[in-house]
Ligand binder design. Sequence first.
Ligand code: ADP
Ligand code: ZN
Ligand code: ZN
Length: 744
Amino acid sequence: METECAEVIVSIMRAEVDRVFHYAVPDELKPVLTPGHRVAVPFGGRNVEGCVVGFSKPSVDPSRIKAITAVLDDYPLLTPVMLELARWMKTKYYTTLAACLRCVAPSWTGSAKRAKTLFVCINGGAGFAEELSHVNEKGGPQALVMKLLSERGATALAPLLKELGISASPVHTLVKKGLVILEERSSAGVSRSDIAYEPGRSFSLTDEQAEAIETLLNTQSEKPGRMWLLHGVTGSGKTEIYMRLIEKALEAGKQAVMLVPEISLTPQAVDAFKQRFGAVVSVTHSRLTPAERVAEWQAAREGRVSVMIGPRSAVFTPFNNLGTIIIDEEHEKTYVSETSPKYAVIDVAEKLSKLTGAAVVLGSATPSVETFYRAKCEEIGLITLKKRVNNRFPDVETADLRTELAAGNRSIFSRRLLDAMDENLKRGHQTILFMNRRGHSTFVSCRTCGFVLECGHCSVNYTYHIQSQRMLCHYCGAAERPPSLCPVCESVHIRYFGVGTQKIEEEVRRLFPGCSVLRMDMDTTARKDGHESIIRRFATGQAQILVGTQMIAKGLNFPNVSLVGIVDADTALNTGDFRSAETAFQLITQVSGRAGRADVPGRVIIQTYNPEHYSVSFAKEGDYNSFYEHEIRVRKTLGYPPFGDIFMALMSCPDEKRLINTQNELARLMKAYNRKGFFEILGPAPAMVSKINNMYRWKILIKSSAVGEDILLHFAFYCVDKLKNRCDLDGVNLNLTLNPRILV
Ligand code: ADP
Ligand code: ZN
Ligand code: ZN
C-alpha cells in the first residue's frame, strides 16, 4: 500500500508554483510532522522553505517523489486556525497561499537558510541637515534611500535595495557621509520611557463603562464570537473597558489581541498595559527586526505571553485560545494593508472570531461610515458612550477665514486664535496647533506670470523647506534650490505661498518671542526616537506650543493642553476621494479631543473658509450621528460604500504610450465581459498625480452597486488575468485595490 505524502506549499511567491507539492515523509519524521510545520524541501535544484498543509496520497508515480529534508521547528509554526485563516485569505483577496502564509506567520522567510538581518537607519547629528540637502540636490539613489528612510524609519537593507532597484554602494556612501548607519538589531519591544503615565490604579467605573462591560461579557457567554462597535466620544474611557475585557479573558484562561494604529503606540499607552498586566503583555510594531518579530511570535505560540498589542499584523498572533480581539480607532486607514494580500484587518478579525469564538470589539469616537452602517443594520452590536469621564467637553468654535480676510487680516492666525494663544501662554497652559501639511510653503510661484515650480520627475508642485532652503518633491524626494529668476518670464518676483508646519512654527516664534515651540512632522521625526523625544519634551512641559501634522491627532494625552488650534480645516476636505468628508470629520474630532483631557477646561478653534460644510459644522457640535445621517445619504446617492464598491486598476510605466494602450485593452476587456451590465467602467484616465518618479500613472475604476465585493473582485481579477494572457506586462506596474482609501 502506498503511504501518504505531505502536502507542502513552497515559500515562493509566484502564482505558477502556488499549489500543493507532494513530498515523502522520512520514517523518523512521521511521528512528529503535522500540518503547520515548517520544513525544508528540495525544489528546482535547491533547498527551499515550505509549509506542510496536509497529507494525502499523490497521483503521480511514487518513485518521482522527493523527501522532506528537515523539519525546521520543534512544533508546527502555524496553528490549525491560522492555516484555515490563510486559506480563507487566499480566496478572499485573490492572492497566493504562499503570500498568505507569509502574512500570517512572520518567520516564513522565503529561504530555508535564515540570514542575519542588516538594518539601515537614519543617523542624524551635527551637520546632518546640510549633508542631506547636498544629497537631495544631487538627486539619484542616495536621495531615494533617504526619502524612503524618512518615511519608514529603520528598514532592512536587502529588501530596500530590491525595492529601489539599486546596488548597496549608494548606502555605503551614505554611511561614509554619516547620514545613515547600518546595524544588526536585537533588543525587542518598545523601550520603556520616563514619560509620566497614569499608574495602574483601578478606577471605579463610570455608569456608562460598567454597562458597556456588562453587555459585552453577558453576550460573550451567550453568543460567542459577536462583533461590537464601541462608539465612545474621546475621553469616555474606552481604554479602561479594553483593560477589563482583557482581564476577563485572562481570568478565563484565554488570550487577547489589541490592535492600535502604529502612531498611537506610544510608550505612555504601552506602559499602562504593562503596569496592569505585567509580563504577559507583549508589544509588536513595524520597527521590530524579523528576528525580534519571530521571538514575540514564539512567545505567544508557546503560551509565555497572553496579551499582544500591536499594529494590524498583530491580529495573526498564534494564540491557542483567543478570547478577545480589540481594534482601537477602528476607522484608521492603517488597518487596511496596502500590499498583497490587501487585507482589511476588521474582516480578518471577523473571520478569526468565527473560527475561535473570540469577541471582537471595534472602538472609536468617529467610527467609519461602513462600520456604523453595519451597527445600524444590527449586523454587529452597538454600545455608545456619550459622556467624557471628566464630564467636560471642550468649547469648540469656528473662525471664519472669509471674515478675517474681509477685515484685512491676511495672516495665518485669525484674531480669535491669536488672542486665545496669547491668553493660554499667560495662564501657563499648553497649546497644540494642527496643520496637516509639512514643509514651509506649499508652493513656489512667479508673481508676474503665475508659473508654479514643479518637480521634473513628477506632476507635483515643489514644497519649500526652510531649514535646507530647498524646494522638495514630497513624492520622489528630489530637491532643488529655488530659482532667482522665473524660468518662464525671467521675472525676479519668485514668491512662496501656502502654509506648512514650518511656516506656522516660524510665525509662532515671531509673534511670541521667548515661547518654546516644538514641531512634530515627518521631517522632525525621521531620526530614530524623534517621535518619542518630542512627545516626552512636550509632556514634561519643556515647550508651551506643539505644532504638528496628523501625527499629533491621535492617542496622545497631555493633561495641560487647554487650547487646540486647527489652522486649516479645509486641507482635509480636498483630498479627492470619496471618504474626504469622513476623514475631515474624523480628523477635526480627533484633534479637538486633545484639548481639556484632564482638569483644565479645553477650547478648540477651527479655522476654515467652509464653516457650513457638514464635516466642519457637525465636528464642531461633536455630533457624530448627524454627520453620519448626512454622509450616508451622500454615499447612497453616489453608490459609494457601503452601498456599492469601487475597484481601482492603477498602472504605471515609464512609457506613456504603452501604458495607455495597456489600459485601453484592459478597459475593452472589462466592457466586453460586462455582459450583464453589473458594472460601471470608468476610464482609462490619468491618475490624480499623473507622474511620479518618471513613471506615468493611469487608472480604470469599476463601480458596482448591484453585486457584492466578492463578485466585483472576481470580475476584475478575471479581466486582469485575460489581459495578462494578451499583453506583455513586463515593466508595467499593476496596482489593484478594492475601495481605495485614496483615489489616486
Ligand atoms: P478614550 O480612549 O475613550 O478617548 P481614555 O481611555 O483615554 O478615553 O480615558 C480618558 C481618561 O480618563 C484617561 O486619563 C483615563 O485614565 C481616565 N479614566 C478612564 N476611566 C476612568 C474612571 N472610571 N474614573 C476615572 N478616570 C477614568
Ligand atoms: Zn514668471
Ligand atoms: Zn518628484
